[in-house]
Design a protein around this ligand. Structure first.
Ligand code: MF3
Ligand code: CO
Length: 266
């Protein structure tokens, strides 16, 4: 069941999205070789608490962190740990903040210092594919139109799309209907309507699309151990338009945008 939001609820979604965006901006300031992912997690948790929010991932079905940490071959849902970032790593940070009963969700993959050019191109394409998906997301279109746009864009450039993990509706719960896959056929799936709030989150691999879940039951990595990138925004559909509620602006103040791509479309 898809929950359509009232304008009042969308205002609350906007506030939650703003807090998760500012949280990511705080974390961005710490991205450098030597920082442990646990330190990043602590920064985020304290910032969220200090601003009246709740770290929604922490304790969610037993997840042990505020942030999901995605180093190199990790696709999603890695744990914060004593691992210290190294020059040449990429690290995706994905988190959800609950504020006044509503959730904001976003993800961003960083390059730690200089990285391999092929890995940089993977990140750039994944970043761009998020906006390609957003462009395809309009009231009256369908979920499959988003999915197909992301898939076509990435596969044409030689990358592969993770299929087991999807974007999703969001609201009072971090995961609501509909699922928003990053592959599929145009003209299929749920119709996009005013009042819907959804997250688009391409998870794109340099090598094959196959994934493995580690023994911890959470950490999702590429089977071939080649890198994977991940970006995510929370969106609201109203007034026959799509509005991006989260923003990378705070991240890019601390960590300049290396992709020189589309400006934010807020
Ligand atoms: N953005 C992630 C997702 O949609 C958030 C997961 S929180 C976790 O899957 F607790 F499940 F890790
Ligand atoms: Co999400």
């Amino acid at each position: 069941m898809i929950y359509l939001k009232t304008p009042e609820e969308i205002q609350k979604m906007r506030e939650a999205a703003d807090l998760v965006s500012r949280t990511m901006g705080e974390v961005a300031r710490w991205i450098q070789p030597g920082v442990t992912t646990r330190k990043l997690d602590t920064i985020a948790r304290e910032f969220i608490h200090d601003n009246g929010g709740k770290p929604a991932c922490l304790g969610y079905e037993g997840f042990p962190g505020t942030l999901c940490i995605e180093v190199n071959e990790t696709v999603v849902h890695g744990f914060p740990s004593a691992y210290a970032l190294r020059e040449g790593d990429i690290v995706g940070i994905d988190t959800v903040v609950e504020l006044n009963g509503y959730n904001g969700d976003m993800a961003y993959t960083y390059a730690v210092g200089d990285i391999d050019p092929k890995t940089f191109e993977l990140c750039k394409t994944t970043y761009e594919s998020l906006y390609v998906g957003i462009d395809a997301c309009r009231p009256g279109k369908r979920v499959g139109d988003i999915a197909n746009a992301v898939q076509t864009f990435c596969e044409r450039r030689g990358y592969s799309v993770v299929r087991e993990m999807c974007g999703h509706g969001i609201g009072r719960s971090m995961h609501e209907s509909p699922e928003v896959p990053n592959y599929g056929r145009r003209g299929t799936g749920a119709v996009l309507r005013n009042g819907m709030c959804i997250c688009i989150e391409p998870m794109i691999n340099l090598g094959s699309r196959n994934i493995v879940i580690e023994q911890d039951g959470w950490t999702c990595r590429t089977r071939d151990r080649k890198p994977s990138a991940h970006y995510e925004h929370t969106l609201a559909l109203y007034d026959d338009e799509t509005h991006i509620l989260t923003t990378f602006d705070y991240i890019h103040q601390a960590y300049p945008n290396r992709f020189e791509s589309k400006p934010e479309m807020n």
